[in-house]
Structures are given as C-alpha cells and as structure tokens.
Write a protein that binds this ligand. Structure first.
Ligand SMILES: [Zn+2]
Length: 222
C-alpha cells in the first residue's frame, strides 16, 4: 500500500530530526554530531510538592541520574537568558525556579572540574610536558596540541616556545602556578604542554565554557 503524501512528509521530517536536540533558548535544532560541542545539558528537577517549582541542575559532565527531564541550551549567554525567561518553563510545562547567574556559575564550576579531570588523565597517559625545557622541546618538535600557561607565570609567558604557541593559537592561560603544580605533583609549574590532540580539544571546549559563562550578566532594571 502506498503511503499518503502527508505520511511521507511526516516520515522524512522524523528521519531528518532523528537524534537532533533543540536549544530551549533560541529553539534552533542542532544535529546529533554537534550536540556535545554546541549544547549544554540541563536537568529539570520536578517540584517536590504542588506549590513548588521545577528547579534546574546543570549536567555538563553527563552524570545526570535520570531524575527529571532534560533540556538543552546552546553554550551561549543569550540562549541561557532566553531559556530562563521562557524556554525552561515551556519545556517543564510549568513554573521553573531558575536564575541565569546561578546556572552560569554551575556551568563554570563543572567546566573547571572537567579541566582538572582532563589534565589528570593526560598526566596519567603521559600526555603532559611540564616546565620550560620539556614544553620548549614539545613545541619545537610539533608535538604540543596546546600550551597551558599559569596566569601568574610571568617568566613562562616570556619563553620563546610560549610565544610560538601563541602565534599558532595553541597557548591558553589557565589557573595559577600552584594549581598547575598540583596536577604535576610539584609545588609550582608555570607552563605545561598537552601532547594529546583529543584531550586538547576537550580542554578547549571546557575552557570555552568557562570563558563564556564567567563574569557578570547585564541585568537591566536591577
Ligand atoms: Zn540557542
């Protein structure tokens, strides 16, 4: 039996949208392969009683326990603001108690944790070079996928290898010397090179979230 035209259209629409997710801020649809890169997952936790509101928990690490339904937003502040104004309530089909400052802070906290975790696993995999000389060697051999410079490491920032990495768009400022040192198991480290391109990409994503969602929101009327 032939399918009616409307069924064909419905089928092709379903196929086209399979696995996609929509941002609840701008309502744009994101293809499956871009979800991890472009979207942040939020969990809508149902109200505990009839007079309470749905609350929102950020789930950038994908550790949602399955409580509540999910919503997605682009990793952009304007999409977060639109989601808080309207999209989350539409998605939850009811009142949502959500604050963009609190959600942004959760995203930053989780992304910071992710950066630490990625650096720890890079260290365990032998994919980090710590300190001026090893970083210089990695950069000149073309093995550095990313160079992290502690924000208080003035002398490391002057290294020729760091300048080269900067020109190539590989240098990023993060943390301070004691924080980088803690990952290396030393007291202080000024600069480290990430030798694994996959880990460097994941780091770039987490650092991008931190950059996007740190700092104040403009809140007219407050
Ligand atoms: Zn959006």
């Amino acid at each position: 039996m032939e399918m009616a035209m409307s069924d064909v259209r419905r089928e092709s629409k379903r196929a086209r949208h399979a696995g996609t997710r929509s941002c609840v801020g701008c309502l744009e649809r994101v293809p499956r392969e871009a979800i991890a890169r472009e979207l942040v997952h939020l969990v809508l936790v149902p109200p505990v009683s009839d007079d309470a509101s749905t609350t929102v928990v950020v789930d950038t690490l994908g550790r949602s326990t399955g409580v509540g339904r999910g919503a997605w937003i682009h990793a952009r502040r304007d999409c977060l603001e639109k989601a808080v104004k309207k999209g989350l309530a539409r998605s939850a089909k009811g009142r949502v108690s959500a604050d963009e400052v609190a959600i942004a802070a959760q995203i930053v906290t989780q992304a910071e944790r992710r950066v630490e975790g990625l650096l720890q696993s890079a260290r365990r995999a032998g994919a980090l070079a710590f300190g001026g000389t090893p970083v210089t060697e990695a950069v000149s051999a073309g093995n550095a996928a990313m160079v992290l410079v502690a924000t208080d490491a003035a002398s490391a920032a002057k290294l020729a290898a760091v300048r080269t990495a900067q020109r190539e768009g590989l240098a990023v400022g993060w943390g301070d010397k004691s924080r980088l040192g803690a990952i290396a198991g030393r007291s202080e480290v000024g600069v480290t090179a990430i030798l694994d391109p996959g880990i460097a990409d994941a780091l770039r994503h987490a650092l991008g979230l931190i950059e996007t969602f740190s700092g104040g929101f403009s809140r007219p009327g407050r």
